[in-house]
Design a protein around this ligand. Sequence first.
Ligand SMILES: CSC[C@H]1O[C@@H](n2cnc3c(O)ncnc32)[C@H](O)[C@@H]1O
Ligand SMILES: [Zn+2]
Length: 432
Amino acid sequence: MTMLAITEGRILRPDLSVTAADVLIDRDSGEISAIGPDLAGDADETLDAANSLVTPGYVNGHCHVAMSLLRGYADDKPLDAWLQEDIWPAEGALTSDDVRAGAELGLLEMIKSGITAFADMYFHIPDIADAVETAGLRARLGHGIVTVGKDGDAAREDARTSLEIAREFDGAADGRISTAFMPHSLTTVGSEYLDEFVPDARAAGVPVHYHANETEDEVAPIVDERGVRPLEYAAEMGMLEPEDFVAHAVHVDDTEIDLLAEAGTGVVHCPASNMKLASGMAPVQQLLEAGVTVGLGTDGAASNNDLSMLDEARDAAMLGKLAADDASAVPAEAVVDMLTGESAAVIGLESGRLEVGAPADLAVIDLEQPHLTPPHDLVSHLTYAAAAADVRHTVCDGRILMRDREVLTLDEAAVRENALEAAEALSARVDG
Ligand SMILES: CSC[C@H]1O[C@@H](n2cnc3c(O)ncnc32)[C@H](O)[C@@H]1O
Ligand SMILES: [Zn+2]
């Protein structure tokens, strides 16, 4: 057995208490084997966590990691115009090498900000999966289906690809990669394709993940055409199961909130993207009170414009209060749960908690910073004050991905250089 010890840190426990202890990790199983005093002697390698907070790795519940290549490409527009006028034309010109370059850039940023797991919807999934395998994170990956604007054959092919990718990559990278069937949304995928393929996804044992109720423009056509709210329609299509998860859920009414709670379907709240695209304020406090499992996600870097879950945590707390018109809404404790264990539960992973037997997925925050002083309440600091640059070490599955702010699994300079070249060439192809 090879053991790694994280020493001298303050450990954020599942009940959100903080205690001084070491963490011992069995690198072969990728699990936490002990938490307690003086464990360094049991290890063959140590990571120093003095004056630091050891937390579960952050779980990014909804992302399009390769969109890092499109960061800053188009800003200051609402969702529909942003997608139709800028993003979709640019994505139409992306090669598999571009997607790989964008994915590596996003993975690098995620490791540097303490993210150890994420769910991702995009295309060229074999390239993204390969990058994830190298980078060392956990991921639930899926091919995003869009059938609007396609003829029947192309639309069916897109849906079939999503199903085949989900079957082929589930369990890849020694089990660090899992998959989902991923229709883009309830308005961009025709009901005939959902009717045909959702049962196949169930038979394959993979969840269904999609954007839902993100903007008012997305709700109205479903209500007009079908006479029901989008999530009632999703339930009719068999897409509201306990393992399924939706992104955004901004414009949900009371009936839909009850439906989510009864079904056990999780929601990934994406506050930064929802603010930037002016999509609206999700009723997060109401969702939590109804018993819906709520996680957090960055969405892609083109609508955020970074991949920091610590930014997302602060945004979730701030926006949650504004939406509820109540300063006690979406408190720091709820946000830390959403950042870690709840996000993991939403996307169907076991990580997100520091306890014996749990996956060894951790982030270590350097507390020796002016903005983290004094340490009155470290749960408060994690939600309101900590930033990506405060992350010292990142560990996933017992493997050190970043030590003392140096990423070990990717060559940072090469990843940036490659992404720069790919982005420049893409702009020249698309914009001339
Ligand atoms: C077909 S792969 C996924 C698809 O989703 C697009 N996308 C990125 N951000 C959002 C968002 O906030 N709402 C809806 N769709 C989004 C992305 O550009 C890809 O085309
Ligand atoms: Zn999205």
